[in-house]
Write a protein that binds this ligand. Sequence first.
Ligand code: PBG
Length: 325
Amino acid sequence: MQILIQRPRRLRQTPALRALVAQTRLQPAELVLPVFVREGARNAQPIGSMPGVVQHSLDSLVDVAREAVAAGLGGLMIFGVPARRDATGSGADDREGILNVALRRVRAAVGDDLVVMADLCLDEFTDHGHCGLLDSQGRVDNDATLVRYAAMALAQATAGAHVVGLSGMMDGQVGYIRQALDQAGFTDTIILAYAAKYASGFYGPFREAVESTLEGDRSTYQQDPANATESLREVELDLEQGADIVMVKPALPYLDILSQVAQLSSVPVAAYQVSGEYAQIEAAAAQGWIDREKVMMESLICIRRAGAQIILTYYALEAARLLRR
Ligand code: PBG
């Protein structure tokens, strides 16, 4: 008797065949590079727990923005590291605050050739390191924080941000900021909502990158890693309130969430491959335990495959260069 063997391997024979049938592709235009800019820095400073990532000076930030344009990246997400912090995070909406100065410098250099995004959150600017204002009992005060976020949004839009990245996880932040932007005439400023953001240990190296002063954690506002369904609620609420793009964060440990969000969302979905995901790859590769480039590109394609249309990754420039080779 002749047995017919089904042969899926037939389509895997050569690189050309594999490229022909590949269901997921990566393009530089879908990648966004997160960058740190430090107030008063004369030149770029390395970040120990994120080898290859730096705290930029204003000048080196402008250089990297130009490199991002040349590499065909989709955008830049800028985080500010201020020299001074206070209880209300006053540096966040100060016209001369580091993030707003950086936005003006970058927009002057790249115009509309790159989508310029700003992190909209207070944690880098508060002396206690929380993402919002604290009440008299030391709890994060949701509604008082919204007022500060609105001021920050206006400062960032004025400074030239195309996109404000709402990473604070306060309830109602999307609607509140949308209204503040619209009333001030910034109807074209885009809101990228960190819709499903988990209280994750994978943010560890980021805390070094922004010199975070946080003691304790963010579990009262960021999501519990044990939960999936509430991500869908967070996304629905953000869509109702006018989010233009929704994001899931971290990426690789949360691909199930990403996949569900991608099915639900009527707007583009982004994912953030965070500092700890990056550091894990770097650390293992430095030991010679994994192939760095292979794992870097595999992690990105997997995030894409799970449903992210846009990926924020510290590998953006390097990946873009590899893709163009
Ligand atoms: C908050 C913010 C964080 C990150 C991005 N925005 C830190 C946190 O929520 O604790 C983490 C990014 C990363 O780890 O790469 N402004």
